[in-house]
Design a protein around this ligand. Structure first.
Ligand code: XIL
Length: 477
């Protein structure tokens, strides 16, 4: 069981990750010097931060606490405790002492009360599986009639910290936010999410270091030579990864690099990096990121890879080749944006498993299951039941695949989700109604976790799960 009470307490050792020593251009929102180099006055909070460092290493195969292993990405590492199968990407440089980097963001406030209780998702998840959600803000929220939820809504933040053990910046780490002008980095919003995760003992998924979307105009419309573009990319990757070294556990290093055509060809017109620098640039991006944080797990991430299909095949081939060449790639993320309007492949688990068999991690990085909605923004009862089933199937697949280490839901409340905005007429894709009441989808995930960890009788008999038992009964799920 993954609760705060069973975390190790360690003495706080807060060291600067070196992010600010890179001589990078002006960084708005940079961490104050005192924060980067000294312990906070509040020892309780400092202990929690250190505690998180201890907790974070658990269940992360093959890097924490095993300094000095040879850096053979992709070769099975020595047996360890990772979900009991002893596999792992074996990454972490031989000389760069993996597990040593400490996050420079020391907690300043208190942790949210009532987090990861027994009647929460993170509270019943296995220790080696993080359940995540997003720090909502930026992107489509900027055009909405409400302020960004993460920075402005304490109830939202409390909810995320109470229910989840991992958080992903929905938009704040994308290029258009982080480098809005050439050479001018703005980390203000991203830093706040990292600090929030640190104080609440949550893991972080970094999203994303390279993508074809949400790039700033100066980049997309600029007239740069190949050499200049390469320099721009390298500077960005090194600046961002080093800043969050020891804080961000997994990075989506390359997002959505294959297209949806039959051959799933590489995105060589939309993706500026692949178009201008060739697909070989991917090796470099992973390598730069790894050099800046040897502890971070480095992922590919994409949608429509929810089974054994052409796009997933392309990733399988590319990753296999990169591992052969010793490129530090450690994970494959299936975004898992599903719609009840389309079918669902029954080979979801088989797909994850083949990446697992390569010795790399997998993750469900952005799941939501949407459908056509009525005037109350609800799917039909049949679609709701079907959506709950899909959520559960994907979670079960992740539970059953050894190195599937996180399951992240892309949104909390439907009113704020990207779905209605992006897919007109569709919605009802998240786990909660407005006001945070639980949907059957939430409860089926809780049941799946409890039954996996403790068996069917714990689910049936434990008074902690009464609310969800009632919701599922009423929904007939
Ligand atoms: C979405 C955000 O949720 C929106 O706020 C934004 O307007 C567009 O991007 N795949 C990804 C995510 O990798 O970054 C996308 O997030 C959803 C699809």
């Amino acid at each position: 069981m993954f609760t705060r009470s069973n975390r190790r307490t360690l003495a706080a050792a807060v060291v600067c990750a070196g992010a600010l020593a890179l001589g990078t251009p002006a960084m708005a929102g940079a961490v104050p010097a005192h924060q980067a180099s000294s312990q906070t006055a509040d020892e309780g909070i400092a202990a929690k931060a250190a505690d998180k460092q201890g907790q974070k290493s658990q269940g992360r195969p093959d890097h924490a606490g095993q300094p000095g292993k040879p850096d053979h990405a992709g070769q099975p590492g020595p047996p360890d405790h990772a979900k009991g199968n002893g596999k792992g990407p074996g990454h972490g440089g031989g000389t760069d002492a993996p597990g040593q980097t400490q996050c420079q963001f020391t907690p300043e406030g208190g942790a949210v009360e009532g987090a990861w209780e027994r009647d929460s998702l993170a509270g019943v998840a296995p220790e080696d599986l993080r359940i995540g959600n997003i720090a909502a803000g930026g992107g489509h929220h900027s055009d909405a009639d409400y302020p960004d939820p993460f920075p402005s809504d304490p109830e939202y933040r409390d909810h995320v910290a109470q229910e989840y053990s991992s958080v992903t910046h929905e938009n704040y780490l994308k290029w258009e936010f982080v480098q809005p002008e050439q050479g001018v980095y703005d980390f203000e919003q991203a830093d706040a999410v990292v600090a929030f995760a640190e104080v609440n003992g949550m893991d972080l998924r970094g999203h994303a270091l390279s993508w074809h979307s949400q790039n700033p105009d100066w980049l997309e419309e600029g007239d740069f030579s190949e050499a200049e573009l390469r320099e721009i990319l390298e500077d960005h990757v090194r600046t961002v990864v080093s800043r969050y070294a020891g804080c961000i556990d997994q990075w989506d290093v390359a997002n959505e690099i294959f297209q949806d055509d039959e051959a799933a060809s590489i995105r060589d017109s939309e993706n500026i990096w692949i178009r201008e620098l060739g697909p070989e640039i991917l090796d470099d991006i992973f390598t730069w990121a790894h050099e800046e944080d040897p502890d971070a797990l480095l992922f590919y991430n994409d949608y429509n890879v929810d089974g054994l299909n052409a796009k997933a095949d392309r990733y399988y081939d590319l990753i296999s080749e990169q591992l052969e060449r010793g490129v530090p790639v450690h994970g494959f993320g299936a975004q898992t944006h599903l719609s009840m309007q389309y079918g669902f492949d029954d080979s979801y688990q088989e797909n994850l498993q083949r990446f697992d068999d390569l010795g790399i991690h997998t993750a469900v990085t952005e799941i939501d299951v949407r459908g056509e909605v009525d005037e109350n923004d609800m799917m039909s009862p049949e679609d709701r039941a079907g959506a709950a089933e899909r959520y559960a199937t994907v979670l079960q697949a992740c539970l059953d695949v050894s190195l599937c280490n996180s399951f992240t839901i892309w949104g909390t409340l439907d009113a704020q989700s990207w779905v209605p905005n992006t897919f007109p007429g569709e919605g009802d894709a998240t786990l909660h109604e407005g006001d945070y009441e639980r949907k059957p989808t939430y409860c089926i995930l809780q049941r799946t976790l409890v039954e996996h960890e403790e068996g069917a009788s714990a689910w049936k008999d434990d008074a902690s799960f009464e609310e969800c038992r009632g919701i599922l009964e009423e929904a007939g799920v």
